[in-house]
Write a protein that binds this ligand. Structure first.
Ligand SMILES: [Zn+2]
Length: 242
């Protein structure tokens, strides 16, 4: 079974990213992806009503989509919304994109939200990359402050910081690296070698990135069959108790 740990669905024209669920389902069907963690582009709370759309997508494709709620930690009400979303609506994780709301990954309100996710038993997926507010060391600091929460580092540091992402994950056992939109297959192999195959998960960032390219990276990384199974689906299934 192939599970994509990072995919996008949202329909807010103002963002310039317009990706209705059918677009994702077509990609998933075409490239043999059974299930996908879905993320909106909008934050909750926020004027676009991200949670309601996320829940709607989940109801339309309950066997294919695994909803993570993208949140803006600046609002006190975020904690109550996250708790409700997980306990009442079956949301399976928290997504944070620190660049969109200009919140440092280790700011007090962000840390409180990550800790709450940990208590609720769901992971936090961070956007990571090459610009400030999303650098691996900054996410590492959040991991250090939230030892009881699982943190998935999306894009495993991106173009220039993938090696740093591996080093940071070595220091913080609660960090999992996610492979999407990072161009180096040999660093996926390196992450598996240094962290263990259990701490690396396949993600595609589709439909912006192409799932065939993202799957090919895993294919050519030089992993054993068993390691591939873990990375392509078994790890995220275990993490989310699917
Ligand atoms: Zn993404």
């Amino acid at each position: 079974m192939i599970i994509d740990a990072h995919a996008h669905v949202d329909e807010v024209k103002a963002f310039g990213w317009y990706d209705p669920p059918e677009k994702l389902i077509r990609f998933m069907d075409r490239y043999g992806i059974d299930r996908a963690v879905i993320l909106t582009y909008a934050d909750e709370p926020g004027p676009e009503g991200a949670l309601q759309r996320l829940l709607g997508y989940m109801r339309r494709y309950p066997k294919r989509f695994i909803p993570f709620l993208r949140m803006d930690p600046r609002y006190d009400v975020a904690q109550r919304i996250l708790q409700d979303a997980v306990e009442q609506h079956g949301v399976k994780g928290l997504k944070l994109h620190p660049i969109s709301n200009v919140c440092t990954p280790f700011s007090p309100l962000t840390v409180e939200l990550i800790r709450l996710a940990g208590r609720l038993g769901v992971p936090t997926l961070f956007h990571s990359g090459d610009v400030a507010l999303s650098l691996p060391w900054q996410i590492g600091r959040a991991a250090q402050l939230c030892p009881d929460a699982v943190i998935i580092m999306g894009h495993m540091g991106g173009f220039l910081h993938a090696e740093e992402a591996i080093r940071v994950a070595e220091r913080h056992p609660n960090i999992i690296l996610e492979t999407s939109a990072m161009p180096y297959p040999h660093l996926i192999k390196e992450a598996v070698r240094r962290l263990g195959a259990e701490r690396v998960v396949f993600g595609s960032d589709q439909p912006a990135a192409h799932p065939q390219v993202e799957l090919k990276k895993i294919d050519v990384a030089g992993l054993t069959e068993q390691e591939k199974q873990l990375v392509l689906g078994e790890n995220i299934a275990r993490l989310l108790r699917l």
